[in-house]
Design a protein around this ligand. Structure first.
Ligand code: NAD
Length: 259
């Protein structure tokens, strides 16, 4: 059967979002990639075009509600509809003791990770309801949304919030046949973890690579995750086969947190 589904992915020029975009493209989805980093977005678009994927790019900053609307409008203009809206964009923010975190630091993380997902849910639900055929919204949470990690207070709070939003949205949109779920990665050595490893050096006195090694040492499967590990879960959630799953925040961490 030909896959006619259209997926929009925020923060997909790099890291996990790029991996998700690649997996969905290989599965035959029409994919709209998007990012605030326009240079990375254009380079990923060229790479994907060369690989023959059916992909379209539009820059968007998830902290701006109007950017979500413009992104969806562009996707509909290009592909006629959306089926899956993936709120992937996120930032790690500071690694700091709670008492030293500034208001600016807190706002930065909550603006991207919470408001960015909030606005994405609102914009996607509006479009999916208009289309009248259901659909799915998939949000990036984290293992840090299941257990608070020390020195990552704003980040952990933001990912717990994403789980809350996911549950509320799944209840409110169920009557419209719109499912809402979250994926919770463990430790993937993307740009985010490269930066986290550096930031931990100042706070817990680790050397380069040590924080990543310490955090990864409890992974049962004995390795950090690849973007494809996360993309496999998201591709399932974006498929029709996941149509009876909603309101869940599913962990993919190689066996770190047992919930
Ligand atoms: P990354 O930093 O490698 O990539 C994130 C992408 O999002 C970048 O391309 C960046 O430009 C973009 N972005 C940042 N702010 C944006 C904004 N305001 N608007 C639009 N795009 C923006 O991060 P990643 O590791 O790929 O993480 C992706 C998601 O997965 C995030 O939500 C993150 O919190 C979550 N996550 C990652 C890990 C991990 O180990 N890497 C673990 C758990 C959860």
């Amino acid at each position: 059967m030909v896959n006619e589904r259209v997926a929009v992915i925020t923060g997909s020029a790099q890291g996990l979002g790029k991996g998700i975009a690649e997996k969905l493209s290989k599965e035959g989805f029409k994919v709209v990639i998007s990012d605030v980093n326009e240079e990375a977005l254009s380079s990923t678009l060229s790479e994907f075009k060369e690989k023959g994927y059916n992909v379209f790019a539009k820059a968007a900053d998830v902290t701006k509600i109007e950017d979500h609307d413009a992104l969806i409008e562009a996707a509909v203009e290009e592909y006629g509809k959306i089926d899956a809206y993936i709120n992937n964009a996120g930032v790690e923010g500071v690694v700091e003791k709670i008492e030293d975190i500034t208001e600016k630091d807190i706002d930065f993380v909550l603006d991207v990770n919470v408001k960015g997902v909030f606005y994405g849910i609102q914009a996607a639900a509006k479009q999916l309801k208009k289309q009248g055929k259901g659909g799915t919204i998939i949000n990036a949470a984290s293992i840090a949304g299941h257990e608070g990690f020390d020195f990552l207070a704003a980040y952990s709070a933001s990912k717990f919030a994403v789980r809350g939003l996911t549950q509320v949205a799944s209840k409110e949109f169920a009557k419209d046949n719109i499912t809402v779920n979250a994926y919770c990665p463990g430790i993937a050595a993307t740009g985010m973890w490269e930066r986290l490893d550096e930031k931990f050096m100042d706070v817990i006195g680790t050397k380069k690579g040590e924080a990543l090694e310490q955090y990864s040492s409890s992974i049962s499967l004995g390795r950090t995750q690849e973007p494809t590990d996360v993309a496999n879960l998201v591709a399932f959630l974006a498929s029709e086969d996941a149509g009876y799953i909603t309101g869940q925040a599913i962990i993919t961490d190689g066996g770190m947190l047992y919930r």
